[in-house]
Ligand binder design. Structure first.
Ligand SMILES: [Zn+2]
Length: 534
């Protein structure tokens, strides 16, 4: 698909969907599940397809040309959504179906769809007065522009800041990182130098291993100052504007604050419950983080040539040294057993054990992909051989790809108008190795790989009839992925797949024992980091 086709395709698909919605809203027959809810589930096929492309351009292969389109389209998409969520005739029909279903419940899955659709409209202000609705839609439109700016500012700073260094500054860095850094520099026209890009996996590795303290400081500051550099990519004012608008929007509906509105259909239910949960952990996490820093300081006092005080850019570096000292555990040694190809086989094995799924690579070129790095597998039932779907893996960091790891679908399962098989995908930001070199990942990244694959398995294992029921309940969906993480450290996975990338030897028992023993190490930092973000 050409980028030039995207905007006209979106406009056409939105117009088609609005026409479908108008038809449902203006039906003169009394509202029923079939003529209202089911028709809504059916509507928007073309738009869903176009949005898949829009999503890939936005998350995986963003370019300045795309960002121009995105800035234009984000408010248009918001207006489009408001036209549906504020369609009074449509809402009245949904309400009739909902009220009837409260009196005479429908089959369980239909009842659930009705409830989700009705609550969704209610949460999006369907009960507001006409004046309030107008303001609500205006706020959403403004927010859509701000959200786009927000994420594009981060992406722009991830692309803009690259730290280059030279051969005499390689001390401490693992060979695999050095090779990847040489390639990253060459790709940017700096042959013979080395580059740390401004992404989490690059930053994390460099800060863990590099002996060059001044470079560590620079790399740390670049990463943690993304969109905070007082320039055209700065997000500080955007954050203020977003928070103000969110508050105003939910206050229109009588909520005190955004968190109250957001959490009502999440597991915590209320901001108070969420805060209680976090505050139950926070003091211990802070206390532990202080102990960790004290251990690092002690080690630095003994080993550093000059007297230093532990700074944020020393944290990963000295944590690694303390880990080695306390648990005799070297994370670079661990990585030798965590090769991406083997890990991919390990997640397939796990999916086979748990869900009876089989993964077979599709012949190169037989399924279109948006980038040469993307590989595709066919997923079938191990027993019957039935086709379940496809699984795409986009493993490497690149310019224009958002950071982190995530799972998504390009097409979701439904059986509602004929069976649709799943197109699921996982996306990571592993540092792309030099040609012919293995991809060795850290234990944490391997756990994340399992975690995100858990979400893909959720998509693939879906057996619902209606599309609305597909994604399960946020944030409960995290539970199953957290369970899946634990398969990484099972004997079956370790013995078959955690093999040394050179010798093929499985990870030695002693090393596994050390990893287990050290599993609570550095959790003060880890816990404080995610709680602070929350
Ligand atoms: Zn998750």
């Amino acid at each position: 698909m050409n980028l030039a086709d995207l905007k006209p395709a979106m406009e056409k698909a939105m117009a088609l969907n609005l026409a479908e919605i108008e038809k449902i809203a203006n039906n003169t027959q009394p509202a029923t599940f079939e003529n209202t809810i089911e028709e809504m589930e059916r509507a928007g096929k073309e738009l869903n397809r176009v949005f898949t492309y829009y999503g890939i351009w936005s998350s995986n292969v963003s370019t300045p040309e795309f960002r121009t389109i995105q800035q234009e389209m984000a408010p248009k998409i918001s207006e489009f959504n408001s036209k549906i969520s504020q369609n009074e005739k449509l809402f009245q029909r949904i309400k009739v179906v909902y009220d009837n279903a409260q009196k005479n419940p429908l089959p369980a899955d239909q009842q659930r769809v009705v409830e989700l659709v009705y609550k969704g409209f209610e949460m999006e202000g369907a009960n507001l007065s006409p004046e309030q609705k107008q303001r609500y839609a205006a706020i959403n439109k403004e927010l859509s522009t701000l959200y786009t700016k927000f994420s594009n500012n981060i992406l722009a700073d991830e692309e803009k800041y690259v730290v280059y260094f030279t051969k005499d500054q390689l001390s401490g860095l693992p060979e695999s990182f050095v090779k990847a850094a040489a390639k990253a520099a060459a790709d940017r026209g700096k042959e013979g130098q080395y580059a740390v890009t401004n992404t989490r996996s690059s930053m994390d590795q460099f800060l863990t291993y590099s002996d060059e303290r001044a470079l560590r400081e620079k790399v740390w500051k670049n990463y943690y100052s993304r969109a905070d550099n007082n320039d055209e990519n700065d997000n500080k004012q955007n954050i203020v504007d977003i928070l103000k608008l969110r508050r105003e929007r939910v206050q229109l509906m009588g909520y005190d604050n955004y968190a109250q509105w957001r959490l009502q259909d999440r597991m915590a239910k209320t901001p108070e419950a969420a805060m209680d949960l976090m505050m139950a952990v926070w003091p211990s996490a802070i206390a532990r983080a202080k102990e960790e820093v004290a251990d690092m300081q002690q080690l630095a006092n003994k080993t550093s040539k000059t007297k230093i005080t532990i700074e944020p850019w020393d944290y990963r570096y000295y944590a690694e040294k303390v880990r080695q000292q306390k648990y005799d555990l070297n994370s670079d040694e661990v990585k030798q057993y965590l090769e991406l190809g083997n890990l991919t086989q390990a997640i397939f094995f796990t999916a086979g054990e748990l869900f009876n799924f089989n993964f077979t690579p599709v012949p190169e070129g037989s399924v279109p992909v948006f980038h040469e790095d993307v590989k595709v597998w066919e997923v079938t039932d191990k027993t019957t051989g039935d086709h379940i779907g496809l699984w795409y893996l986009d493993p490497f960091a690149r310019q224009g790809k958002r950071s982190g790891a995530w799972a998504t679908t390009y097409r979701a399962h439904t059986t509602f108008d004929g069976k649709k098989t799943v197109l699921s995908s996982n996306n990571s930001n592993f540092v792309k190795p030099a040609p012919g070199e293995p991809v060795l990942v850290s234990w944490d990244d391997a756990e994340t790989f399992f975690h995100e694959f858990g979400h893909a398995l959720h998509f693939l294992a879906s057996n619902v009839k209606y599309p609305t029921l597909n994604s399960g309940v946020r944030d409960y969906t995290e539970f199953q992925s957290q369970l899946l993480e634990r398969w990484l450290s099972t004997d079956k996975v370790i013995n078959q797949f955690l093999k040394h990338y050179k010798t093929g030897e499985p990870m030695p028992k002693e090393l596994v024992a050390k990893i287990e023993k050290a599993s609570t190490f550095n959790q003060g930092f880890a816990t404080t980091e995610f709680l602070a973000s929350a």
